[in-house]
Design a protein around this ligand. Structure first.
Ligand code: EPZ
Length: 420
């Protein structure tokens, strides 16, 4: 198993290019199943998860050509040969569940291995299934699989008890070929939802209201292929913004959509970080004044993103003054706290809240990546910790960040990858 060896690094400096969004490209690749024709996806990030999605689409019957060096994936699905996502692929990537909506729309049936839980929570799919039932599908579960079938899909109305990103995406993809109109209320409003809607509308779908809490879809008989450039990854953006802050550095981020990271900008400014946006990119400086604490509460978009909570907690451990972090989206997204405490952070968990005392000089230690974003937090902490930090189980990280180590090294991070 590979690991990262991270030494205390001076302030990061230079510039970094943000890649295409993992959480936009995965649903868009799944939506390509809906098209009778070729879909060309540009700015696709080179990630393990994208690779798994390519394998899954091929197993369903798609012809997939990937040209990662140029960020280009071409998908063509003339015939669906298998309406299912097998366990061996779903267990590697829970986002495999996103093929359920398109399969149901295209073939009126879908059989998916239940994704199961992960380090950050139980990750149920009840809201996905509630949406499919609202469109007329029958649902059956058994032997670790869930199956949806329908003679035909008709537009319906569904209220999401929680604005689930995946459920919103899956229901959108099932509804675009349904007969009649669908309304999704209390829908997720993330930029990735808007990118998916834009992609499907270019295929001939009629999706309105993406980015608001109410999405209206008018079903159409069929969709054609299209070309689409994926939005930049707002979580990778936030991760490098925090990297500049925690190392008290001066970094220029390129290929950024500031609107997509407004809560991260607001919170970093509260900590005393300088952020300037210009035509050349977004410059983030943590070197202009001593950094101070702030409080964080994760919320569905446009609130502070849960996927930035671990990284921001690493920063808060090193600033002056106490902070409180409240995680409201996932029930178990504090696995990184134990690892940060091994480095001397002295964080206390009280229910859904974490109290970070701050004013700590972290010490290098052997730690593990418990999940994708927690892994990023450990690297950020390692950049500031006295001595050496050894981070194992980094496959989590490489699933979701492309060229992660190279990008950090190009900014001056002392980080090497070693095979165990
Ligand atoms: C997406 O996961 C992202 N993944 C996650 O990013 C992100 O953390 C999450 O949205 C929230 O923003 C992708 O887009 C591939 P949810 P998703 O459904 O869709 C509950 C990363 O690090 N819920 O919005 O699975 C659920 O338990 C990953 O890139 C139900 O109760 O998230 C959770 O508490 C991690 N029933 C909350 O909603 C359901 O049917 C949010 O989950 C579905 C979800």
């Amino acid at each position: 198993m590979a690991k990262y060896i991270v030494q205390k690094s001076g302030p990061l400096h230079g510039e970094v290019e943000i890649s295409g969004s993992k959480n936009a490209v995965l649903p868009i690749m799944a939506a390509a199943l809906l098209a009778e024709g070729e879909c060309e996806i540009l700015e696709a990030p080179a990630l393990r998860d994208v690779d798994v999605m390519c394998k899954l689409l091929r197993s369903i019957g798609s012809e997939v050509k990937e040209d990662y060096d140029n960020g280009r994936i071409v998908i063509r699905t003339d015939k669906i040969i298998e309406e299912q996502a097998p366990y061996e692929l779903v267990k590697r990537m829970r986002a495999s569940i996103l093929v359920m909506g398109p399969l149901l729309a295209r073939t009126k049936k879908a059989k998916i291995a239940l994704p199961g839980g992960c380090a950050i929570g139980a990750r149920p799919i009840d809201l996905h299934l509630k949406g499919f039932q609202a469109l007329g599908a029958e649902i059956e579960q058994g032997h670790g699989y869930v199956e949806a079938r329908a003679d035909k899909l008709t537009g319906g109305k569904v209220y999401l008890d929680f604005p689930s990103v995946g459920a919103t995406e899956n229901i959108m993809m099932a509804a675009v070929l349904a007969e009649g109109n669908t309304i999704i209320e209390n829908a997720a409003e993330e930029p990735e939802i808007v990118d998916l809607a834009n992609f499907m509308n270019k295929m001939g779908a009629k999706v309105k209201g993406a980015g608001t809490d109410t999405i209206r879809i008018e079903g159409v008989p069929s969709l054609h292929g299209t070309r689409h450039t994926v939005i930049p990854d707002r979580i990778e953006t936030g991760t490098f913004m925090v990297a500049a802050a925690i190392t008290r550095g001066n970094v220029l981020l390129k290929n950024v959509v500031p609107d997509h990271v407004k809560p991260v900008i607001a919170k970093l400014i509260e900590c005393g970080v300088s952020i300037e946006d210009s035509d050349e990119g977004m410059r983030v400086r943590g070197d202009l004044q001593p950094l101070i604490s702030t409080d964080i509460k994760t919320m569905p978009y446009p609130g502070f993103p849960t996927d930035m909570q671990p990284q921001f907690m690493a920063l808060l451990a090193t600033v002056s003054g106490p902070s409180v972090v409240v995680e409201t989206v996932f029930e178990n997204r504090y696995m990184h706290v134990g690892e940060l405490n091994r480095m001397g952070a002295e964080i206390k968990i009280e229910g859904r809240s974490s109290i970070i005392p701050g004013d700590k000089t972290l010490q290098g230690a052997q730690v593990i990546c418990t999940d994708l974003r927690a892994g990023a937090a450990m690297v950020l902490a390692g950049l500031m910790a006295e001595g050496t930090t050894e981070i194992s189980e980094i496959y989590h990280l490489e699933r979701g960040y492309s060229s992660f180590a190279d990008k950090f090294r190009s900014l001056g991070a002392d980080l090497i990858k070693v095979e165990d």
